[in-house]
Design a protein around this ligand. Sequence first.
Ligand code: LRH
Ligand code: MN
Ligand code: MN
Length: 391
Amino acid sequence: MTDAEHIVDRLSRQHIETQSWGYVSTGTRFKVYDTPGTARDVREKIDDAALVHRLTGVAPTVALHIPWDRVDDYAELARYAQDQGVRIGSISPNLFQDDAYRLGSLTNEDATVRKQAVAHVRECAAILREVGSDRLSMWVADGTNYPGQGSFRRRRRHLEDGLREAYEALPEQAEMILEYKFFEPAFYHTDIADWGQSLTLCEALGERARVLVDIGHHALGVNIEHIVATLLDRGRLGGFDLNSKKYGDDDLFVGAINPQETFLIALELVSAEDDADEAVAGAARSILYKIDQCAMIEDKIPAMLRSVTAMQTAFAKALLVDRDELDRRRAEGDVVGANEVVNDAFETDVRPLLARVRDRLGVPADPLGAYRASGEQERRNAERVGTPAGW
Ligand code: LRH
Ligand code: MN
Ligand code: MN
């Protein structure tokens, strides 16, 4: 195989999970705008995910969030998804929308509340079994708003105990991926604020717990690709929540603000996939790439298509980097030359390459253009009347 064929092959195997809550009307705490044609229930969210997969060929799974997507019969929902051409992917518990969680969920001083939170996470672990999924995607929203409000160390012990109970309830082949976030909804401290806190929790839990990196959950200026490399090298990077940001957790579509960052992250990933250490390479190849974006004023499906195709672009450019040449220049201390190798790939127009990938996958060369021409948005606008699904 030529290098180009290798790249086409690798890109044809790309897997990007879209998320159910990316297909509904969301907003800020100031206003949620409804957009016409937006999904009204979980089946319509799955329909939209299936359409994104038909147009791109690389989005075969859809993530659910419970209770936003709660149904009576999950096995039936999984069959519905399959009939539409997609599978149900990761399941996220929700530990931030119950009144009981005002002072925390897994970290609450009140054992009754901690039990409620653990029971909910265990419910989600059981859903994994019913839908045949292998990832529990955990975000613990706990934190405090004022100095003195809580005991950091006691909260951490409760957190570890609660997570362990949840971890032990996982189906045998399933993994927990553990997200961190340095602010919001709490503004003084959050209990899993950064990758180090998440990593130490994962190490305490066991082999099947890995860190999830949400691009929006870092302070401005933080070098995310460096964090990614560090986690990759320990085999503990388990997943991504993909989006882009100008300020904080903006949840804009991928590549909208800083495509170079997405590319540099992808470069760390493709290089780890080829690592001589099988443990590092194997862990890198089993990472979950999940979109976590909110389309606040725009139509949801085009916004999702932008994210999926931006991930294809980032990986295509990362695969074009001549890594042998890069290593030579690094070894020679050629600072400018090394940067040039990386930049050459970043500046390459990969649209012809992606057209080959799409041809191989049997999908339109221009997914967004095909969507616009398909009449699918107009059909949704006409058919989906009544209250849209919210968070
Ligand atoms: C928190 C978060 C987390 C939630 C999602 C809705 O900011 O990124 O992943 O599950 O948003
Ligand atoms: Mn997230
Ligand atoms: Mn977020």
